[in-house]
Design a protein around this ligand. Structure first.
Ligand SMILES: [Zn+2]
Length: 141
């Protein structure tokens, strides 16, 4: 499913007491930026924390979201479109070098980019702001 907010609950063992630790992890878009967050709470002791930041989510959070919700694929609607706005948007959003942006743009042109739904919605917004037409589909797993 393609959504701009995704979350998943993970359970593990609390390092302090051995009880059940529940972590609410997720990605979302706020004020044009990509965010990730973790809220952890032990069911048995006061161990609790909250963490949030912008940018790419830690890999364990990405994997948990991909496992739970499935990946999304972003395509360029017009394969003949100019690469310039695509490169500008990718560099601006992902803080890439020109070389990295070119590689990413080539993937986008050819097979599409795959990531979590929130990541693809975020990229799609940036590209649409530069008048690049894109589509997002649920990627077959
Ligand atoms: Zn505990």
């Amino acid at each position: 499913m393609i959504t701009a907010t995704q979350g998943v609950k993970l359970t593990s063992q609390c390092e302090s007491c051995g009880g059940e630790l529940v972590r609410d992890v997720g990605q979302f878009i706020d004020r044009g930026r990509l965010w990730w967050g973790v809220e952890g709470r032990c069911q048995a002791c006061p161990n609790a924390w909250c963490e949030m930041d912008t940018g790419p989510a830690p890999e364990d959070i990405r994997q948990a979201l991909l496992t739970k919700h499935g990946p999304a694929r972003l395509h360029l609607a017009d394969k003949e479109a100019s690469l310039v706005p695509v490169l500008l948007a990718l560099r601006e959003m992902q803080h890439l070098s020109l070389g990295e942006a070119r590689l990413m743009a080539a993937d986008l042109m050819e097979v599409g980019l795959v990531g979590t739904s929130v990541e693809m919605v975020y990229l799609a917004e940036g590209l649409r702001n530069r008048s690049v037409t894109v589509t997002i589909t649920s990627s077959p797993t």
